[in-house]
Structures are given as C-alpha cells and as structure tokens.
Design a protein around this ligand. Structure first.
Ligand code: ATP
Length: 325
C-alpha cells in the first residue's frame, strides 16, 4: 500500500484546503515549532480511523475541527482525504476494483464522523481493516511520534507483543478474529433467541393443532347439522304443502257452504219478510181466538159445574128412588 497524497480541510490549524503530495522515497515536512507538522501526522492517523481524542491531543473528537483564531471564524466541519495507490490490488475484496482508493473521514461538530471510500459510505471498521491488512493504521507502529521510541523501549511485554504482531503482519488477522468472535457471540445470542422463539412457537403449534382438531370437528358437526336441518326443512315443506292442499280443499268446501248458506239466508230473509207481513193479522186472529178460548173455557167451567150439580141431583134422586123402593 502506497500513500500518494493527503488533503486536509478545516482540520486543526489547516483551516484552508491543504494538499501534501507523498512522493517516492522520503517526503519531509520542514517548519518552525508550532507550524502544524504534527497536525499533518495526526490527520494521517485520524483518517485511518483513530478513535481516541486523547491521542489526537484533544479533550473530545470535535477538538480536531479548526477552533478559530482572532482573524478566522470557527469551522464546523473538518475533512481529511488520503489517496492510496492500489495498482497492486492488495486492498480487501470490497474495495479492490480500482487502481486508486480515496479514503475520506469527515467530522461535523456534535454529529460525529463519517467514512467514505471512493465516495461510498463505509463503516469505521472497514477503514480500520483496510489499513490493518496493509500493516498500517491509526495505532500502527509504522507511525512513530515524538518520544515514542523511548516509550516502546520502556513498554510492558504485552504492549511489545502488539508491535511484534504487527511486524509479523498478523495484526489484521487479530482484528478479524476479534470481529469474528463478536459475530460468533452475536450468532450464539441469535441462536438462543431462535431457540426461545422455537419453544414458544412449539407451544403455539400445540394450541393451533388443538384448535385445528376442534375446527375440523366443528366443521363435521356443522355439516351434519346442516344436512339434518335441510331434511327437517324439506319434511316441513312437504307437510306444509299437504296442509296447504287440504286447507285449500276446506276453503273451497267452506266457500261452497257459505254460498249455499247465503242462498238459504236470502230465502229465510224473504220468508221472514213475508211472515212479518202476515204477522199482525195472525196476532189479531190469535187475540180473537184467545178471547173466544177464554169465553169457551168459562162456558166449559160453567157447563162442568152444571154437569157436576146435575150428577149430584141425579145421584140424590137415585138414592131417593132406592129409598122409595
Ligand atoms: P512542534 O515542532 O513544536 O512539535 P508542530 O509543528 O508539530 O510543533 P503542531 O503541534 O502540529 O505543530 O501544531 C500546533 C498548532 O496547531 C498550534 O499552534 C495550535 O494552536 C494549532 N491547533 C491545534 N488544534 C487546533 C484547532 N482545533 N484549531 C486551530 N488551531 C489548532
């Protein structure tokens, strides 16, 4: 991996866009104290994915953004782009389809950093792996800062091991192993979750099977009920039709009877009218007859009295005749 150019904008003391060509051989930056030489090295470290604000000599990461001077206002965005020669195609597969890679990191005040490779947004992890595979990166020992040699000599064996691993080119593998372990743990967590889901689904499955059995029994029984209801309705229909027939016959007979009775009633009405016409004469005749009946009854009573008296006379006379004899 060969760095070709670094472009810095709004980063630390570099308020204006500044480009530094990195030529073959040694490229040196010469300047007085405090002119920003270390800032250039830091911009290189930063674009490769540095996450420690302390190692960037700041309190928080926003401190890398140009903080303003008496003559220049404060900036809200800082950007560093690193152009890499990839003509030997040693970049990771995801980025290995072009001869040049431009890795960009942009930070916006209070909004954190974004990473781009050839204009496409990528994760911090992708950028870190890209450089780790090339035995470089923000924490690479290939970048030796002021006082770092002394620090390495005085470092603990564990820290020195990191330096040796990087020199042996296995730092990238360690990063990948760490990422793989994280993925493995995530996959194990997912498997546990899937087991839980399977268990709860099995519980649901039992319930659903029971419901399915009930539903099929319900379907069977409702089929029977429907056919029984159909038979019952058919029978009701047949008997109702028979009842309708007989009711119609009865209606016809009743209508006939009503017609006859209406005829009789008309005749009776006529007879009643006629009888009503002769009734006064008959009442009068009845009164006359009843008067003569009364008179005759009186006469009969008189005659009976006379007859009784005549018989008593005759009996008395017969008694005298006997006495006389
Ligand atoms: P030395 O040779 O002493 O190590 P140097 O050339 O490496 O110095 P740097 O340490 O890179 O210089 O730069 C320090 C300068 O950068 C200081 O003047 C400081 O004010 C300026 N600086 C740092 N951070 C910012 C910032 N966020 N905004 C503006 N200026 C900044």
């Amino acid at each position: 991996m060969k760095f070709k150019r670094i472009r810095v904008t709004g980063f630390k003391s570099f308020v204006d866009p500044t480009e530094l060509e990195i030529e073959d051989g040694i490229t040196g930056v010469v300047g007085p104290n405090g002119c920003g030489k270390s800032n250039i090295v830091e911009s290189l470290r930063w674009v490769m994915g540095e996450v420690s604000a302390k190692r960037m000599r700041g309190g928080e990461m926003d401190d890398v953004i140009f903080a303003g001077t008496t003559t220049r206002p404060v900036r809200n965005i800082a950007e560093v782009s690193l152009l890499i020669d990839n003509s030997d195609r040693t970049a990771p597969a995801a980025f290995n389809d072009s001869d040049e890679l431009e890795v960009t990191r942009r930070i916006e005040r209070e909004n954190g950093s974004r990473y781009l490779v050839n204009g496409d947004e990528v994760r911090l992890r992708d950028v870190q792996l890209l450089f780790a595979d090339a035995k470089s990166g923000a924490n690479s020992t290939a970048i030796v800062s002021q006082g770092q040699i002394g620090a390495i000599i005085n470092s603990k064996p564990e820290q020195r091991r990191g330096i040796l691993e990087e020199a042996a080119g296995i730092r990238g593998l360690h990063s990948r192993r760490h990422e793989a372990e994280l993925r493995l743990r995530a996959a194990e967590t997912n498997i546990d979750r899937v087991d839980d889901v399977i268990q709860s689904l099995e519980g649901q499955l039992q319930g659903l099977k029971r419901q399915a059995r009930q539903a099929s029994r319900f379907r069977n029984i409702s089929g029977h009920i429907r056919s029984a209801e159909a038979i019952l309705l058919h029978q009701n229909w047949i008997s109702s039709a028979a009842e309708v027939d007989s009711a119609q016959n009865e209606l016809a007979a009743a209508e006939k009877e009503v017609a006859e009775k209406t005829g009789h009633s008309a005749a009776a009405s006529t007879a009643q009218a006629e009888a009503a016409e002769i009734l006064p004469a008959l009442r009068e005749a009845e009164a006359v007859a009843s008067a003569s009946l009364h008179r005759l009854s009186v006469e009969r009573d008189n005659l009976e009295t006379e007859e009784r008296q005549a018989r008593e006379q005759m009996n008395r006379l017969i008694d005298r005749a006997h006495q006389i004899e």
